[in-house]
Design a binder for this molecule. Structure first.
Ligand SMILES: CC(=O)N[C@@H](C)C(=O)N[C@@H](C)C(=O)O
Length: 645
């Protein structure tokens, strides 16, 4: 058996986005591998035949092929591929053959949907005719996005394209983005998500429908918060979508809604679940390619969706009269994507011991159908985490996990690393976490928890950090460390801490408020909530919402009082700062401020700058950079590991 190391990353495989063929006999899915030599990811569409059990590559997989969708008659498979540079729409016959490129948008395709008559509707940004100079003239608040770059002047619109390659024909216009098209069963209407107001401070999109005969656009559902992933019911009477009514705010449960295409009546079907739809469980061992939308049963009475529950993600179903049922059994799973066909669910499932593999479930029988990671994992010392619970000082129950080194013995004492997730409204859960396995395989116990502010424990819990960053969330984490440090096998003289984004904020806050940690690594972190309002791609709404409306002009003192930079002169813990130079979410200036302050104050510190990487370095950065990042984390902790106080 070999330990899991930073280099193990190169051998991981990620499967997801299963899609049934219309006859239900085959399933296509996306498999992503890492090409170490070329330092890049390669995603390939594979096809699994349910009768023969044969699993074959369907596209060449030298670039990134994703979002496979069968045409309604099953004769074509469309997918988005970067093989010509940017993500463009391709189509091929399901019998095989060469894929044909259907779109040539400069900035690529965002999403698409099949029409009943073998046409497709595509959401794509119009080519920017004014792009003559490399100088950028900016006049909107939302002019760039982390991981995307600068948006340019042209909005996203809907276009019709034909399988023979003719088109694209533009079908919506105006100075606003239009995304997530869904086609009515008769092919006469397209519903889509759009924000058609001038105010760009808080975006609360709505659902619109365009009539393809007249070109007229109707407001179908007036959004008051988030609206995404609309899908027509097979009888055309409803559109299901994900949304909430609380403005632009990630600190609420997004729910499954339906709107009647006749009366316009809209209601949430999943409110009583009190859980957010979709997968809110983070990991560094996933390569996200799927867009997971609600899926209707053929009778138009039931909808399938995923939701996050206490560190797990399950498939659920809900009827139009709001009867909710958990569909995937068991309690240790993170379903990242799924498809449904006549009583059968195909789903991609992560567990603490493996990245996602595909499963089929029929009549309560579960069959694993891919084993891409199995040979590798049989040869590795994988540690399986133990679920644990803590009581915060105010009595609130906090969930967590302890990942012990392989070969753990309770007679020994082990150093401990506290890992803190970001968001703050993300969560940890029952998924495979490469970084944590590397630490456990290096001899550390890893403690990871879901303090208040995390998703998956109800709306009251997720709102527990609002207006209180560094308050009770900090206490929850410290209370968990206190409880674990009392265990006989934990070496309380060797406690370490790390986290990214909001987790990096909390790492910075911790070293400024306690001296219990031997060393810290702060990643893509926040130290100054005041400057971040103006420099992050989302700062102008996100920071204000997270601090419960506090803004620069009225609440400067409060904002700075919750910013670690104010307390930098209390830090004694050695801090390594890891940051990406193209991070538009928590911009590089945050790391620069923290580094300069700590250096001036004589704290042991080091700044590691990753060029050509954004906020998602740990999840989808260049593979070599990801390995180097992990080496920096383990190396820093090892450097300070010892028995001295
Ligand atoms: C909404 C958002 O992007 N928040 C960031 C500050 C954050 O903490 N992101 C997390 C999810 C991360 O790990 O990057």
């Amino acid at each position: 058996m070999r330990p899991i190391t930073t280099q193990t990353l190169f051998s991981l495989q990620f499967s997801g986005d299963p899609q049934f063929s219309p006859d239900g006999q085959s399933i296509v899915y996306v498999k992503t591998t890492i090409n170490q030599e070329e330092n890049k990811y390669q995603s390939q569409i594979c096809k699994y035949d349910r009768k023969t059990g044969r699993d074959i590559p369907f596209t060449q997989g030298l670039a990134q092929d994703k979002l496979p969708k069968f045409s309604q008659d099953g004769s074509y498979l469309a997918f988005v591929s970067t093989r010509s540079g940017t993500p463009q729409l391709f189509v091929m016959l399901t019998d095989g053959g060469e894929p044909k490129q259907l779109t040539f948008f400069k900035k690529g395709v965002k999403s698409y949907s099949w029409m009943p008559n073998n046409q497709l509707v595509v959401a794509a940004r119009k080519d920017d005719a004014n792009e003559k100079s490399d100088v950028r003239v900016v006049n909107t608040l939302r002019y760039r996005g982390n991981g995307y770059g600068f948006y340019g002047d042209e909005p996203i619109h809907l276009w019709l394209v034909q399988v023979d390659g003719s088109g694209p024909q533009q079908i919506t216009d105006g100075n606003f983005d239009e995304t997530d098209p869904t086609v009515s069963p008769d092919g006469k209407k397209i519903a889509f998500v759009s924000w058609r107001e001038e105010n760009q401070v808080e975006v609360t999109p709505s659902l619109y429908t365009v009539d393809l005969d007249t070109g007229l656009i109707d407001l179908t559902y007036q959004g008051k918060g988030s609206v995404s992933h609309p899908v027509y019911s097979p009888n055309g009477k409803w559109i299901a979508f994900f949304g909430h009514e609380h403005g632009e705010d990630s600190g609420y449960n997004t729910e499954l809604w339906v709107v009647s295409t006749g009366s316009g009546e809209a209601r949430s079907l999943s409110r009583s679940l009190d859980r957010p739809v979709g997968n809110q469980v983070g990991t560094d061992a996933r390569y996200e390619t799927a867009e997971v939308s609600p899926i209707w049963d053929m009778d138009s009475q039931k909808i399938y969706f995923t939701a996050t529950h206490e560190g797990d993600v399950y498939v659920y179903s809900v009827t139009l009269d709001e009867k909710i049922q958990k569909e995937t059994p068991g309690d240790t799973q993170v379903v990242t994507s799924f498809s449904y066909h006549s009583g059968v669910i195909a789903y991609a499932k992560e567990t603490p011991a493996s990245p996602a593999e595909l499963y089929l479930q029929q009549n309560k029988e579960i069959q694993q159908i891919t084993y891409h990671n199995t040979p590798l994992f049989k040869s590795l010392t994988v540690s399986v985490p133990e679920r644990t619970k803590f009581q915060a000082r105010d009595g609130l129950e906090i969930n967590g996990w302890l990942l012990k080194p392989p070969g753990f013995s309770s007679d020994q004492r082990y150093p401990l690393v506290l890992e803190i997730h970001g968001g703050p409204h993300s969560s940890y859960g029952n998924t495979f976490l490469h970084e944590f396995q590397v630490l456990a395989n290096s001899g550390y116990i890893v403690l990871y928890t879901n303090p208040r502010g995390s998703h998956g424990y109800g709306e009251a819990f997720v709102r527990g950090s609002i207006g209180d960053w560094g308050g009770k969330d900090y206490e929850d984490l410290i209370d968990a460390v206190d409880a674990v440090a009392r265990l006989p096998y934990v070496d309380r003289n060797n406690l370490f801490v790390t986290g990214g984004s909001y987790g990096g904020y909390m790492t910075n806050w911790m070293v400024a408020h306690t001296h219990i940690f031997k060393a810290a690594v702060t990643q893509r972190s926040i130290c100054n909530l005041h400057s971040m309002i103006g420099t992050s791609d989302i700062g102008f709404w996100f920071n204000v919402k997270e601090l419960d409306g506090a803004d620069i002009w009225e609440d400067e003192e409060f904002i700075l009082s919750r910013s670690p930079i104010r307390y930098a002169n209390r830090v004694q813990t050695p801090v390594k700062i890891i940051h990406s130079e193209e991070d538009f979410r928590c911009p590089m200036e945050q790391a620069e401020q923290w580094f300069t302050a700590l250096k001036r104050l004589g704290v042991e510190t080091e700044l590691v700058r990753f060029p050509n990487e954004n906020h998602d370095l740990s999840r989808n950065g260049q593979p070599e950079h990801r390995v180097e990042r992990l080496d920096h984390i383990v190396g820093w902790f090892n450097q300070y590991l010892g028995n001295k106080e």
